[in-house]
Design a protein around this ligand. Structure first.
Ligand SMILES: *Cc1c(COP(=O)(O)O)cnc(C)c1O
Length: 353
């Protein structure tokens, strides 16, 4: 049966490595568990390696962690839905916020219920996902402080997600100068400057994070050891954190080009085929429902992932270094996107080693 093997030792080592790298730069980190759906075993590994705060985009995942009896500070990464404000107050210590109306309603509710929550107001520094545009942020921050007072704990920004914009010291200085503006205007000093995700890691490595930036939110670099925005492996981290195994359910020699008129595949895509003659192809018990086929790298040399429909993954094993039979399994490394789907799929058994 298809399974993912979680290498708890490598994940722990990555968390420690990244945390220490941040520490020497005066930066604390929230370890982000959204790609593993808030897997409680993984969350506890992160906390055991010295991380103090878990960042999560979904309240369901935070509940999953706390229901497993794990105690941590929680940072909610995705701007909260209005319909879930009560749940936010029940489960979250700090919340990223992107508009004044939400801030004021959530603050009001927290005053009513006596459940304190801190806010990090997001500033869009150009990647064009969440937050107020940086050139409109001054007056907004003044109002945010009027509303939330000292519960406006800080400001943050996110890069490399929608626009693929690369982090630079200049982007982070925008946060610092907005904080300085607020201090001059109100006398209030923000406590947290939350600058980035894995895409910003090169700044920590080069030691060029502007002084005053004191918080990073890191997922991919810890859990995958990669940095997709900068298209690299993160130096000093391990990439063998997760291995996916699919079981061979058929193996046969078949032509490389389908026989008949070609329409669209199961997902409406028009497939293209190169005639390589007859090939030995294995079908595995994995599909689009479980994996992102383009994000799979076979661990056995010479294997090539060809295609997947909902429940079937087809691998060309003609040039494989190893020969396979029905019942054998084939292992894969995964991209961040592939891991996301694997951990979300209820059909894939999770095994911890
Ligand atoms: C997902 C996310 C992160 C973590 O990003 P990685 O690239 O996995 O390090 C940080 N901040 C926010 C707001 C996020 O949504």
């Amino acid at each position: 049966m298809a399974k993912v093997v979680v290498n708890t030792v490598s994940i722990g080592a990555n968390a420690k490595r990244v945390r220490e790298l941040a520490e020497v730069n005066g930066v604390e980190i929230a370890a982000v568990t959204k790609v593993v759906c808030g897997d409680p075993t993984i969350a506890s590994i992160l906390l055991n390696s010295g991380v103090k705060e878990i960042g999560e985009s979904r309240l369901e995942n935070i509940s999953r962690i706390t229901n497993a009896g794990i105690d941590s500070d929680f940072l909610l990464l995705r701007l909260p839905e209005r319909s879930k404000f009560r749940e936010v107050l029940d489960n979250v210590d700090t919340v990223l916020i992107g508009d004044l109306d939400s801030l004021s309603k959530l603050y009001e509710l927290s005053s009513e219920t006596g459940q304190e929550v801190n806010f990090i107001y997001m500033i869009d520094t150009g990647d064009l996902r969440e937050g107020v545009m940086y050139y409109e942020a001054e007056s907004v921050l003044e109002k945010a402080f009027e509303i939330a007072g000292e519960n406006l704990e800080g400001i943050g920004t996110n890069l490399g997600c929608f626009g693929g914009v690369i982090a630079t010291p200049k982007k982070f200085e925008i946060l610092l100068s907005l904080g300085e503006f607020l201090r001059k205007k109100t006398g209030y000093s923000l406590r947290r400057y939350s600058a980035g995700n894995t895409a910003s890691l090169p700044l920590l490595e080069k030691g060029i994070v502007p002084k005053g930036i004191n918080h990073f939110r890191l997922g991919e670099s810890i859990l995958c050891g990669t940095d997709v925005t900068n298209n690299r492996e993160v130096p000093g981290t391990l990439q063998d954190t997760f291995t996916l195994y699919g079981e061979v359910i058929e193996i046969a020699e078949k032509p490389s080009v389908p026989i008949g008129e070609i329409g669209r595949d199961a997902f409406g895509r028009i497939p293209h085929f190169e005639d390589k003659g007859k090939r030995i192809k294995a079908i595995l018990d994995l599909g689009e429902q479980d994996v992102l086929p383009s994000g799979l790298t076979p661990l056995v040399g010479g294997c090539e992932v060809l295609h997947a429909s909902s429940d079937h993954l087809i691998v060309d094993v003609t040039e494989s270094e190893k020969s396979f039979s029905v019942g054998d399994s084939i292992g894969f490394r995964m991209s961040y996107g592939a891991l996301l789907r694997v951990m979300t799929s209820p059909y894939i058994r999770k095994v911890y080693e």
